[in-house]
Design a protein around this ligand. Sequence first.
Ligand code: COA
Length: 326
Amino acid sequence: MKARIVATASYLPEKVLSNQDLEKIVDTSDEWIVSRTGMRERRIARPDETTSDMGIAAAKKVLEQAQFSADAIDFIVVATSTPDYLMPSTAAIIQDAIGAKACGAIDMEAACTGYLYALGIAKAYIESGMAKNVLVVATEKLSAFVDYQDRSTCVLFGDGAAASLICSEGKGLQIEAITQGSDGSCKDLFIIPAGGSKNPASEKTLSERNHFMKMNGREVFKHAVRRMEQALIQCMEQAGINPSQIRYLVPHQANDRIIETLAKRLDLPKERVCRTVQKYGNTSAASCPITLAELLQTTTLESQDRVMLVAFGSGLTWGAAVLKSV
Ligand SMILES: CC(C)(COP(=O)(O)OP(=O)(O)OC[C@H]1O[C@@H](n2cnc3c(N)ncnc32)[C@H](O)[C@@H]1OP(=O)(O)O)[C@@H](O)C(=O)NCCC(=O)NCCS
């Protein structure tokens, strides 16, 4: 028995933050942002709209799409780096709101790679017989942790959510192979330094703006390309396929230049590489499944078509997956 993604749906907040809007906030330009990142706009949650609210909206949508009762969910995994609270978990809040009565629920933090790690957990639960139906929700309110005084990071991130229903049977995308990796020696390259137990909130952490994301973009870029390429190759080997068998690549939407470099290295034509980066920016854990949801909405896959996911994030963490249409 192989776990498969039977449905995926996304939720994006209404408010659009364009490059022109950012020009009014920091010393930047539409030209710089487009040429360095490919981004033109991103979505921003309302001040009263939380990470769990967006996750709930995506979860309700996926249940409706699959005509699936929340009662039949055995386990919920929420991938997020921007939970509503340090405790309780965002997963418990989502479990209650969607009326999933008989299931466990956990948050899982692997930054932008979160969806791939959550898929791994869903696959393991289902294929070991511990669960039949797992709801994976990836949801991020990054705007709450973006420093809108720092032009090097504030142009990159947006808010959004997506949810996937992973089941032991049914039509969908079978999870053929997953690879995951991490390297904590690079933890300082992309970090929110304060607010955890190491640097609890204090006047000093507030005045140093250490509750916001800090990133060494240039170094992160180099690691992102290298690690994602490695993850893709390793995962294709595990699944016994080569790049010509990838019908669509759904990469993490951190930067169009990273996506282009990966596509070139795998010799994948443009039309087989999915992109939402221009309109949503980097939505961290939600970026792969938001892009996957858009692919599935606009394309009919043939049986046996392969879709590959690949992601990279703070930690560092990275991962890839081979999905087969069944
Ligand atoms: C962040 C990123 C777009 C920056 O692009 P870059 O080409 O590496 O640019 P640099 O950081 O080298 O900065 C080049 C110059 O642009 C400036 N700059 C930075 N942000 C700017 C902005 N928003 N507008 C205008 N200029 C900007 C810098 O200050 C620097 O100026 P200097 O040369 O006078 O010092 C790029 O490094 C990147 O995408 N990195 C990976 C980020 C990522 O994927 N993060 C998430 C991982 S999940």
